[in-house]
Design a protein around this ligand. Sequence first.
Ligand code: FEO
Length: 172
Amino acid sequence: MLSQKMKDALNEQVKVEAQSSQVYLAMASWAEIQPGIDNVTSFFYRQSDEERQHMLKLIHFINDRGGFASIPNLEAPMQTYPSINHAFKSLLEHEIMVSQSINNLVELSLNEKDYTTHNFLQWYVAEQIEEEALARTLLDKLELIGDEKSGLYLFDKDILGVMVVSSNDAGQ
Ligand code: FEO
């Protein structure tokens, strides 16, 4: 059984994950109308889908443990970006915020002596390490490329490999 505090905090996390999905969906839609970055577009759509899965996992957990997952209102995400670099910078900042939010949940689960929730949250801890690392790697590459169009072309090709590797990891 979840404590009220734990329930409220997990429901807040449902909102964080839903908002993440929304933010990345907006990035995907923006990327889709930029020329020549089809794989970057697919990457953002995929990130958005993954965040929805993170949200659903939480919803099921709350409901399975005698709580009630409420579906939150979301804020309008940023619709356009000055550049691809800005979008990826924003993605990294967003993931850092999500990691902080997960860390706060882990801390609360320990304070509440809720070891089941603590155990459940370990999946999110591992996921955040991966997501932050991936966002950092991609942003580092973009910063090396600068405004070079040929570099962006290669980046778009390269991100396809990143997606294959991380889908294989997810299947392990
Ligand atoms: Fe589910 Fe990337 O946070």
